[in-house]
Design a protein around this ligand. Structure first.
Ligand code: SF4
Ligand code: SF4
Ligand code: SF4
Length: 188
């Protein structure tokens, strides 16, 4: 699944991920645990997205009953390559890297790129800006590991009886998840 570098690079990257950047994943898990406490449904299940079925059709951004979708992009750090040339962050035609809006795939500037250690960069999400359009998710799949993925955020979702996005989803990616454990778990 890794996309860059020689065998030595892979070893370096593995060590790097193990020693340094899991903290990002833990931060994400902490956020998830925090929002879980806000909401549970009558039947103790909530709507969630199976990222493996998502076709990046952009309907998550446009079909939610909320003005700003309850679906947000999440970066699953344990499988992120921390790529310098992130195909989920940069426009495909970009050659010279920059962080201006013209270089970025995200239409709302919701992805934050931070240098960590040569040649690694960390990508975090400002969920208040994310509209769930899935452009970065699609881009990440080009060369990356698919660590960018969409999730229904339960600090926002109304847990409608019939989720309008689920009805519109061409990938049949929505499912009912336990309210106590509402986020999709990747296996690494
Ligand atoms: S509607 Fe379904 S296929 Fe389209 S972006 Fe959302 S989860 Fe993915
Ligand atoms: S590209 Fe779309 S889904 Fe990805 S962070 Fe930006 S607004 Fe969210
Ligand atoms: S259940 Fe309702 S609020 Fe939640 S994602 Fe679906 S349409 Fe949006």
């Amino acid at each position: 699944m890794n996309t860059t570098g020689s065998g030595d690079d892979h070893t370096t990257r593995r060590e790097f991920l193990r020693n340094g950047l899991r903290v990002g994943g833990l931060t994400g898990a902490g956020v998830m645990a925090g929002v879980m406490s806000h909401r549970s449904s009558a039947d103790d299940t909530v709507w969630q997205i199976d990222p493996r079925k998502c076709l990046c059709c952009s309907r998550c951004a446009t079909s939610c009953v909320l003005e700003m979708s309850a679906v947000k992009c999440v970066n699953w750090f344990p499988i992120c390559g921390y790529c310098d040339m992130c195909t989920g962050y940069f426009m495909p035609q970009v050659v010279d890297k920059g962080t201006g809006a013209d270089f970025q795939l995200c239409p709302t500037g919701a992805i934050l790129r931070k240098f960590v250690q040569d040649p690694y960069y960390e990508y975090t999400l400002d969920e208040s800006l994310c509209i769930g359009c899935s452009k970065c998710v699609d881009g990440c799949r080009v060369f990356g590991n698919g660590s960018f993925h969409l999730q229904v955020r339960h600090d926002r979702c109304l847990n409608c009886n019939e989720c309008a996005i689920a009805k519109a989803c061409p990938g049949d990616a929505f499912y009912r998840a336990p309210a106590k454990d509402p986020y999709f778990h990747f296996t690494t």
